[in-house]
Design a protein around this ligand. Structure first.
Ligand SMILES: Nc1ncnc2c1ncn2[C@@H]1O[C@H](COP(=O)(O)OP(=O)(O)OP(=O)(O)O)[C@@H](O)[C@H]1O
Ligand SMILES: [Mg+2]
Length: 280
């Protein structure tokens, strides 16, 4: 992974931005007054890959502290949705707002807004040649200009919180998949994001490691973190989600409570999908 890859790790480092310009205005993570407005709002979002219409008139609102689980068949557009919210993918139409501000096309303003959105991927995306501690301190030091000692103190607290404090001096390859994914969560949290996006964070893990990652995510949800989680882990959805969004063929087909969705889905499309994943 190159330095530009950290962009994909949920921080806002950009090769083309001079580092000094990256931070200005309010410190990252400063809570905005809660006036009831959604933290993330998508309106009529459309996205094409060539001829392929991958996001079709997506309307979605995520309130502060809300946990939204996105579920649906392969190729339905779930990852593209996450990547669009983090502006890793440009959209072709519609509006995406984070904390009341429209995502800008590019530049400093984008870098700052992107820092509000933490992202955790299926593959852990840690820097292989850096220790776990260095992986977590890099973003805060480079982007938020946090002094090394303070960045390390904050990073250790985060690593303890996700249960891998003892692994801080190791390199990613020396950790289990579950530990690496928890390190990736700590790294995203170190940027003090307002919302966390998780794209199938447990699907590359051996089964015995899934719960240690889901437990960290459930803890975050309980502490009030706003989260958008692409996952087929129904236990997590039932335990932690306020809302399930079922996506297929680039559209949001159904929005429901987890309880209703899993026991009494409204649409045939969702019921058909559930019958397939439930028989696995
Ligand atoms: N960079 C790209 N270029 C062209 N087509 C793409 C690109 N990324 C995704 N697609 C296509 O867009 C559609 C939506 O893909 P996406 O990865 O968002 O689906 P998904 O719901 O996340 O699927 P999965 O459950 O398999 O992860 C698919 O048809 C996919 O092949
Ligand atoms: Mg995907």
């Amino acid at each position: 992974m190159t330095d530009s890859g950290i962009e994909a790790g949920g921080t806002n480092l950009r090769k083309d931005d001079p580092p000094k310009d990256d931070v200005s205005g309010a410190p990252a993570g400063t809570p905005a007054p809660d006036d009831g407005s959604p933290l993330v709002r998508l309106e009529k979002v459309n996205k094409y890959f060539g001829q392929l219409h991958v996001l079709r008139d997506i309307d979605l609102s995520v309130q502060r502290g809300e946990v939204v689980v996105v579920i649906g068949p392969s190729g339905g557009g779930k990852s593209t949705l996450c990547r669009s919210i983090n502006r890793l993918e440009p959209i072709d139409g519609g509006v995406i707002e984070v904390d009341g501000r429209r995502l800008p096309e590019e530049g400093k303003e984008l870098a700052r807004l992107r820092a509000d959105v933490g992202m955790v991927f299926q593959s852990f995306n840690l820097f292989a040649h850096k220790t776990i501690l260095q992986n977590v301190t890099l973003g805060p030091m480079k982007v938020r200009k946090v002094a090394k000692a303070e960045a390390e103190r904050e990073a250790m607290a985060l690593l303890e919180r996700v249960g891998i404090g003892a692994q801080a001096a190791k390199y990613p390859a020396q950790l289990s998949g579950g530990q690496q994914q928890r390190a990736a969560i700590a790294r995203a949290l170190a940027m003090k994001p307002k919302v966390m996006l998780f794209d199938e964070p447990t699907s590359a893990l051996d089964p015995e490691m899934v719960n240690e990652v889901l437990d960290v995510m459930t803890g975050l949800a309980r502490e009030g973190m706003t989260m958008i989680v692409v996952t087929h882990e129904m236990g997590f959805a039932r335990r932690a989600a306020n809302k399930v969004v079922f996506m297929a063929d680039g559209q949001i087909v159904e929005e429901n409570t987890p309880e209703e969705f899993f026991t009494n889905a409204r649409t045939d499309r969702a019921r058909d999908f559930l019958s397939k994943i439930l028989t696995h």
